[in-house]
Ligand binder design. Structure first.
Ligand code: AMP
Length: 211
């Protein structure tokens, strides 16, 4: 990946949490703040042409509530980030990249380590699983997300999160992982997220890597 300095890693924050916890809603709002660029891998996959080979491959997994294999996910992610850089939608020297939905497995976390420097992991937390299921079903109706319509598929997604994704939290130093209450008004959640992100960004600006 070519940032201005090809050896430098991309400074990122991770939006982490169970399906339906509100990562997409928060990411969309936060991505409108100058200096923050939101990249959701779910959106990246849904943007594929459904009739293409990759689009079909994505549907094969997502329709069952499963993760797309790591190799394909990381390859597409790299291409996608490069596209954002090439079109100036993301300027690595100036913007903080907010990753939503990746890494979702330890394999992905290890691959991404070669490319990213994680400033902060924002772990959105909601302890009521039924509330998450309800949210996902309402979103499926509103956005026509067929992968999310079926309750058994949703429960599978939540299980996959527990088995494959939650362990990723331990991959990062506990000092950069912050639990954020994801309940309440969306704007309250946004405020809490910013309360953890802003000090991390300020701290990095005051103490740049390599200084
Ligand atoms: P999302 O919108 O983040 O809930 O993602 C929708 C679907 O895309 C997931 O159920 C997976 O099938 C796939 N997906 C998104 N991100 C990843 C990822 N990092 N690794 C593997 N599969 C992913």
């Amino acid at each position: 990946m070519t940032a201005a300095d090809p050896n430098s890693k991309l400074t990122v924050a991770l939006l982490f949490g169970q399906p339906g916890v509100g990562k997409g809603t928060q990411g969309e709002v936060l991505g409108r703040i100058p200096g923050l660029v939101h990249l959701a891998t779910g959106d990246m996959f849904r943007g594929l042409d459904r009739d293409s080979e990759l689009g079909q491959e994505f549907l094969k997994y997502s329709s069952q509530g499963l993760l797309v294999p790591d190799e394909l996910t990381c390859r597409l992610w790299k291409q996608y980030v490069q596209g954002l850089i090439d079109t100036n939608a993301y300027r690595p020297q100036m913007d903080l990249l907010l990753l939503d939905g990746i890494p979702r497995s330890l394999g992905q976390a290890q691959t991404l380590d070669q490319h990213i420097d994680v400033l902060q992991v924002v772990h959105l937390v909601c302890s009521e699983e039924d509330r998450l299921v309800g949210r996902i079903q309402r979103r499926a109706e509103k956005q026509g997300r067929h992968d999310d319509a079926d309750e058994s598929v949703i429960r599978r997604r939540l299980n996959v999160y527990e088995e494959e994704t939650r362990p990723v939290l331990n991959h990062y130093d506990a000092s950069i992982v912050e639990d954020v209450d994801a309940t309440g008004l969306p704007m309250q959640v946004t405020q809490r997220v910013l309360n953890t992100l802003i000090p991390a960004v300020e701290n990095r600006l005051a103490n740049p890597l390599g200084a």
